[in-house]
Ligand binder design. Structure first.
Ligand code: THU
Length: 128
């Protein structure tokens, strides 16, 4: 939560002014952070969660455990980020205030029931 709070300082959100920080805990205990990065072409915006996760993966950490996100009241990861969390094994999502205070800890399974998984892909490939 503290890492997510600190990461939020680097948020680039001149369009929404909704600044978000995220920190992901890898299975080996290391932590990677990210902040949202917006663009004048709005759809190119990347959420804090995906910046943190992709930074961890690019550093070789593919097994992730938990993710904390710090942002304004109402903060909750978008659907795309939930799917990306699932890809790398995140189990617990901690929602935190801009000051890094805990709001809730939620299982990813609760946030993303019936995720799309590689099992469906495998079955489809087996039918080819
Ligand atoms: N955003 C995040 O970075 N994470 C969230 O969990 C929710 C939304 C960003 C995307 C955009 O820069 C801004 O917040 C408003 O949608």
């Amino acid at each position: 939560m503290r890492a997510a709070q600190l990461a939020r300082d680097a948020a680039y959100a001149p369009y929404s002014r909704f600044r978000v920080g995220a920190a992901v805990l890898a299975a080996d205990g290391s932590i990677y952070t990210g902040a949202n990065v917006e663009n004048v072409s709005y759809g190119l915006t990347v959420c804090a969660e995906r910046v943190a996760i992709h930074t961890a993966v690019a550093a070789g950490r593919r097994r992730l455990v938990a993710l904390a996100v710090s942002g304004p009241s109402g903060i909750s990861p978008c659907g795309a980020c939930r799917q990306v969390m699932d890809e790398f094994g995140v189990r617990t999502v901690i929602l935190a205030s801009p000051r890094g205070r805990p709001i809730a800890a939620v299982a990813l399974r609760t946030l993303l029931p019936r995720a799309f998984t590689r099992r469906a892909l495998r079955a489809a490939h087996a039918r080819l």
